[in-house]
Design a protein around this ligand. Structure first.
Ligand code: SF4
Length: 252
Protein backbone atom coordinates (compact mmCIF):
# COMPACT_ATOMS: atom_id res chain seq x y z
CA UNK A 1 0.00 0.00 0.00
CA UNK A 2 1.41 3.46 -0.86
CA UNK A 3 2.36 5.52 2.20
CA UNK A 4 -0.17 8.16 1.14
CA UNK A 5 -2.99 5.77 2.02
CA UNK A 6 -1.81 4.92 5.53
CA UNK A 7 -3.89 5.85 8.55
CA UNK A 8 -2.58 6.24 12.10
CA UNK A 9 -3.91 2.75 12.84
CA UNK A 10 -1.93 1.37 9.87
CA UNK A 11 1.22 3.12 11.06
CA UNK A 12 0.78 1.84 14.61
CA UNK A 13 0.22 -1.71 13.38
CA UNK A 14 3.34 -1.55 11.25
CA UNK A 15 5.62 -0.19 13.99
CA UNK A 16 4.07 -2.05 16.92
CA UNK A 17 7.10 -4.23 17.67
CA UNK A 18 9.80 -1.83 16.50
CA UNK A 19 12.68 -0.99 18.81
CA UNK A 20 13.45 2.75 19.18
CA UNK A 21 16.22 2.44 16.58
CA UNK A 22 13.91 0.64 14.15
CA UNK A 23 11.23 3.27 14.68
CA UNK A 24 13.72 6.06 14.00
CA UNK A 25 14.90 4.36 10.82
CA UNK A 26 11.30 3.81 9.75
CA UNK A 27 10.41 7.46 10.36
CA UNK A 28 13.41 8.74 8.38
CA UNK A 29 12.48 6.48 5.48
CA UNK A 30 8.74 7.08 5.63
CA UNK A 31 8.76 10.86 6.00
CA UNK A 32 12.21 11.51 4.53
CA UNK A 33 14.86 13.96 5.75
CA UNK A 34 14.49 17.00 5.76
CA UNK A 35 10.71 16.59 6.12
CA UNK A 36 11.14 14.85 9.45
CA UNK A 37 13.03 16.65 12.23
CA UNK A 38 14.12 15.74 15.71
CA UNK A 39 13.35 18.46 18.28
CA UNK A 40 15.82 18.04 21.14
CA UNK A 41 15.62 19.76 24.50
CA UNK A 42 18.93 18.07 25.40
CA UNK A 43 17.24 16.14 28.20
CA UNK A 44 18.37 12.58 28.99
CA UNK A 45 15.87 11.00 26.57
CA UNK A 46 16.82 13.41 23.80
CA UNK A 47 20.49 12.61 24.25
CA UNK A 48 19.66 8.90 23.76
CA UNK A 49 17.76 9.72 20.57
CA UNK A 50 20.59 11.94 19.32
CA UNK A 51 23.05 9.08 19.74
CA UNK A 52 20.72 6.61 18.01
CA UNK A 53 20.03 9.02 15.16
CA UNK A 54 23.69 9.73 14.55
CA UNK A 55 24.31 5.98 14.27
CA UNK A 56 21.49 5.63 11.74
CA UNK A 57 21.92 8.73 9.61
CA UNK A 58 24.89 11.10 9.81
CA UNK A 59 22.81 14.01 8.51
CA UNK A 60 19.57 14.18 10.47
CA UNK A 61 17.88 17.54 11.07
CA UNK A 62 18.11 18.23 14.81
CA UNK A 63 16.58 21.43 16.08
CA UNK A 64 16.61 22.86 19.58
CA UNK A 65 14.94 25.82 21.24
CA UNK A 66 17.03 28.55 22.79
CA UNK A 67 14.38 30.25 24.88
CA UNK A 68 16.90 32.78 26.17
CA UNK A 69 16.36 31.47 29.71
CA UNK A 70 18.20 28.12 29.60
CA UNK A 71 20.67 27.07 32.31
CA UNK A 72 24.35 27.48 31.47
CA UNK A 73 24.78 23.70 31.82
CA UNK A 74 22.41 23.17 28.88
CA UNK A 75 24.41 25.52 26.66
CA UNK A 76 27.59 23.65 27.60
CA UNK A 77 25.94 20.32 26.76
CA UNK A 78 24.87 21.71 23.39
CA UNK A 79 28.51 22.42 22.57
CA UNK A 80 29.76 19.07 23.93
CA UNK A 81 27.16 17.13 21.93
CA UNK A 82 27.81 19.06 18.75
CA UNK A 83 31.54 18.44 19.05
CA UNK A 84 31.19 14.73 19.85
CA UNK A 85 28.91 13.92 16.92
CA UNK A 86 30.03 16.57 14.45
CA UNK A 87 26.66 18.06 13.53
CA UNK A 88 25.04 21.48 13.83
CA UNK A 89 21.83 22.08 15.70
CA UNK A 90 19.26 24.21 14.01
CA UNK A 91 18.82 26.62 16.94
CA UNK A 92 15.39 28.23 17.17
CA UNK A 93 14.98 31.58 18.88
CA UNK A 94 11.76 33.35 19.85
CA UNK A 95 10.69 36.32 17.76
CA UNK A 96 12.37 39.29 19.44
CA UNK A 97 9.28 41.45 18.88
CA UNK A 98 7.11 38.99 20.83
CA UNK A 99 9.66 38.89 23.65
CA UNK A 100 10.00 42.69 23.74
CA UNK A 101 6.24 43.18 23.92
CA UNK A 102 5.74 40.47 26.55
CA UNK A 103 8.58 41.59 28.81
CA UNK A 104 7.78 45.29 28.42
CA UNK A 105 4.17 44.65 29.40
CA UNK A 106 4.60 42.01 32.09
CA UNK A 107 8.23 41.94 33.27
CA UNK A 108 11.06 39.42 32.96
CA UNK A 109 9.61 36.90 35.39
CA UNK A 110 5.92 37.08 34.52
CA UNK A 111 5.63 33.28 34.72
CA UNK A 112 5.52 33.35 38.53
CA UNK A 113 2.42 35.55 38.54
CA UNK A 114 -0.19 33.22 37.03
CA UNK A 115 -0.65 30.07 34.94
CA UNK A 116 -1.89 32.24 32.08
CA UNK A 117 1.25 34.39 32.09
CA UNK A 118 3.46 31.30 32.38
CA UNK A 119 1.72 29.78 29.38
CA UNK A 120 2.10 33.06 27.51
CA UNK A 121 5.85 32.94 28.11
CA UNK A 122 6.04 29.27 27.01
CA UNK A 123 4.04 30.14 23.91
CA UNK A 124 6.32 33.02 22.95
CA UNK A 125 9.61 31.30 23.77
CA UNK A 126 8.76 27.70 22.79
CA UNK A 127 5.53 27.06 20.91
CA UNK A 128 5.67 29.85 18.32
CA UNK A 129 9.32 29.18 17.31
CA UNK A 130 8.59 25.47 16.89
CA UNK A 131 5.44 26.21 14.92
CA UNK A 132 7.52 28.35 12.58
CA UNK A 133 10.17 25.61 12.23
CA UNK A 134 7.62 22.86 11.60
CA UNK A 135 5.78 24.69 8.85
CA UNK A 136 5.55 22.48 5.78
CA UNK A 137 7.16 19.44 7.47
CA UNK A 138 5.66 15.96 7.70
CA UNK A 139 6.77 14.67 11.10
CA UNK A 140 8.75 15.45 14.22
CA UNK A 141 10.55 13.16 16.63
CA UNK A 142 10.61 13.76 20.36
CA UNK A 143 11.61 12.04 23.59
CA UNK A 144 8.29 11.67 25.43
CA UNK A 145 7.87 8.63 27.68
CA UNK A 146 4.62 7.27 29.11
CA UNK A 147 6.19 6.96 32.52
CA UNK A 148 7.02 10.67 32.80
CA UNK A 149 3.61 11.89 33.94
CA UNK A 150 -0.08 11.08 33.95
CA UNK A 151 -0.67 13.37 31.01
CA UNK A 152 1.89 11.39 28.98
CA UNK A 153 0.61 7.91 29.91
CA UNK A 154 -1.21 7.49 26.59
CA UNK A 155 1.67 8.54 24.32
CA UNK A 156 1.96 6.25 21.28
CA UNK A 157 4.84 5.44 18.93
CA UNK A 158 3.18 7.42 16.14
CA UNK A 159 0.55 10.11 16.63
CA UNK A 160 -1.07 12.89 14.70
CA UNK A 161 -0.11 16.15 16.39
CA UNK A 162 -3.06 18.48 16.06
CA UNK A 163 -1.16 21.19 17.86
CA UNK A 164 1.40 21.60 15.08
CA UNK A 165 -0.30 19.80 12.19
CA UNK A 166 2.17 17.00 11.52
CA UNK A 167 2.99 13.47 12.68
CA UNK A 168 4.79 12.95 15.95
CA UNK A 169 7.14 10.04 16.55
CA UNK A 170 7.92 8.96 20.13
CA UNK A 171 10.67 6.31 19.92
CA UNK A 172 11.17 6.01 23.69
CA UNK A 173 7.51 6.07 24.70
CA UNK A 174 7.69 2.60 26.28
CA UNK A 175 11.09 3.00 27.94
CA UNK A 176 11.66 3.32 31.66
CA UNK A 177 13.95 5.87 33.27
CA UNK A 178 16.36 3.02 34.05
CA UNK A 179 16.58 2.07 30.37
CA UNK A 180 17.38 5.66 29.45
CA UNK A 181 20.26 5.84 31.94
CA UNK A 182 21.53 2.38 31.10
CA UNK A 183 21.78 3.46 27.46
CA UNK A 184 23.51 6.76 28.27
CA UNK A 185 26.14 5.03 30.42
CA UNK A 186 26.68 2.08 28.10
CA UNK A 187 27.22 4.30 25.06
CA UNK A 188 29.00 7.08 26.95
CA UNK A 189 26.54 9.68 25.74
CA UNK A 190 27.07 13.20 27.15
CA UNK A 191 24.30 14.42 29.45
CA UNK A 192 23.40 17.54 31.39
CA UNK A 193 25.37 17.69 34.66
CA UNK A 194 22.25 19.03 36.41
CA UNK A 195 20.92 15.45 36.26
CA UNK A 196 23.60 14.57 38.85
CA UNK A 197 22.19 17.21 41.21
CA UNK A 198 18.56 16.18 41.58
CA UNK A 199 17.14 17.42 38.27
CA UNK A 200 15.38 14.51 36.48
CA UNK A 201 14.08 16.90 33.83
CA UNK A 202 15.51 20.26 32.85
CA UNK A 203 13.80 23.19 31.20
CA UNK A 204 14.36 26.92 31.54
CA UNK A 205 16.50 28.01 34.47
CA UNK A 206 13.90 30.07 36.39
CA UNK A 207 11.24 27.35 35.97
CA UNK A 208 13.21 24.24 36.99
CA UNK A 209 14.53 23.16 40.35
CA UNK A 210 15.88 19.98 41.94
CA UNK A 211 13.34 17.52 43.36
CA UNK A 212 13.30 15.83 46.76
CA UNK A 213 13.33 12.10 47.34
CA UNK A 214 9.85 10.67 46.66
CA UNK A 215 8.76 13.56 44.39
CA UNK A 216 7.42 12.80 40.91
CA UNK A 217 10.02 13.31 38.20
CA UNK A 218 8.42 16.49 36.86
CA UNK A 219 7.80 18.01 40.29
CA UNK A 220 10.69 20.42 39.78
CA UNK A 221 9.17 21.94 36.64
CA UNK A 222 7.00 25.02 37.34
CA UNK A 223 7.02 23.82 40.95
CA UNK A 224 4.75 26.65 42.08
CA UNK A 225 1.89 25.31 39.93
CA UNK A 226 -0.37 22.32 40.53
CA UNK A 227 0.41 19.06 38.71
CA UNK A 228 -2.26 19.32 36.01
CA UNK A 229 -0.62 22.44 34.53
CA UNK A 230 2.88 20.98 34.11
CA UNK A 231 3.11 21.10 30.32
CA UNK A 232 4.49 23.94 28.25
CA UNK A 233 2.12 23.64 25.29
CA UNK A 234 4.48 21.63 23.07
CA UNK A 235 2.76 18.39 24.03
CA UNK A 236 -1.01 18.50 24.17
CA UNK A 237 -2.36 16.31 26.96
CA UNK A 238 -5.05 15.13 24.60
CA UNK A 239 -2.83 12.82 22.62
CA UNK A 240 -4.19 12.23 19.19
CA UNK A 241 -3.76 8.49 18.92
CA UNK A 242 -7.23 7.94 17.60
CA UNK A 243 -7.40 11.08 15.54
CA UNK A 244 -6.52 11.24 11.91
CA UNK A 245 -4.91 14.16 10.11
CA UNK A 246 -7.08 16.43 8.05
CA UNK A 247 -6.77 14.28 4.99
CA UNK A 248 -4.14 11.60 4.50
CA UNK A 249 -0.40 11.66 4.66
CA UNK A 250 1.13 13.19 1.57
CA UNK A 251 4.75 13.12 0.60
CA UNK A 252 6.21 16.60 0.18
S1 SF4 B 1 9.74 27.39 30.97
FE1 SF4 B 1 9.55 29.37 32.07
S2 SF4 B 1 11.06 30.81 31.13
FE2 SF4 B 1 10.85 28.99 29.80
S3 SF4 B 1 9.39 29.60 28.28
FE3 SF4 B 1 8.19 28.55 29.89
S4 SF4 B 1 7.60 30.13 31.38
FE4 SF4 B 1 9.14 31.03 30.01
Amino acid sequence: MPVSEYSIADFLKEVKNYSPEELLLWSLRTFEVPNVVFASSLGAEDQVITDMLMNINPHPVICTLDTGRLPEQTYRLMDTTREKYGFRYRVLFPDYRDVETMVSNSGQNLFYESVEKRKQCCAVRKVYPLRRAFKGLSAWICGLRKEQSESRASVGKVEWDDNFGLYKINPLCDWTNEQVWEYLRKHQVPYNTLHDHGYPTIGCDPCTRAIRSGDQSRAGRWWWESAEHKECGLHSSEHAKVREPNGIFKRA
